[in-house]
Design a protein around this ligand. Sequence first.
Ligand SMILES: [Zn+2]
Length: 196
Amino acid sequence: MAKKRGSKQLILEYFLGNLGKVLISRDIQKASGGAVEWARRVRELRNEDGYQILSHKDRADLKPNQYLLETIDRVPAFAREISTETRAWVLERNGYTCQMCGAAAGDPDPLGGNRTVRLTMGHIIDKSKGGDDTPQNLRAVCTNCNQGLQNTALPKPVRIHLLSQIRRATIPDQIATLEWLLKKFGLETTEMLPKK
Ligand SMILES: [Zn+2]
């Protein structure tokens, strides 16, 4: 037991000493004192201690052997309840968009009526299959998808199709798309956009 705690602490110190730097598996293992189960310790730091250690599952620009800790801020990792902070963090990460059908919070409900789309927390790996309530296993899902009300096994749009749809959209819709993307990525344009 004492040995396990030791390697986890060593890994944590290595991440904290290299905030914002991409670290690779081999070096993490070395920093852990050569622990065979270093990857399990990294998972514990994420899922049990709430350190926001990112991997290729979180960020497309990371390779499978790369890990990154950017902040000492810890996500509250309550096992049972999804905290407000965790919800907010997941919603922001997912751009306030249903990760199954793509509807955004506040969009008109595609099933009709006067309702708007509401987002809730969905589990990537279902709890019945051992998934937990950690931020890494949560995603924004609209209430329709969460209740299985729509055919939600939609594949991600293929880029060439997506771009062709945007190219033939109206200018106001293209501008709306641009504005949404800029907002999503925290950017602003100083260019004058045509009036909608
Ligand atoms: Zn949805």
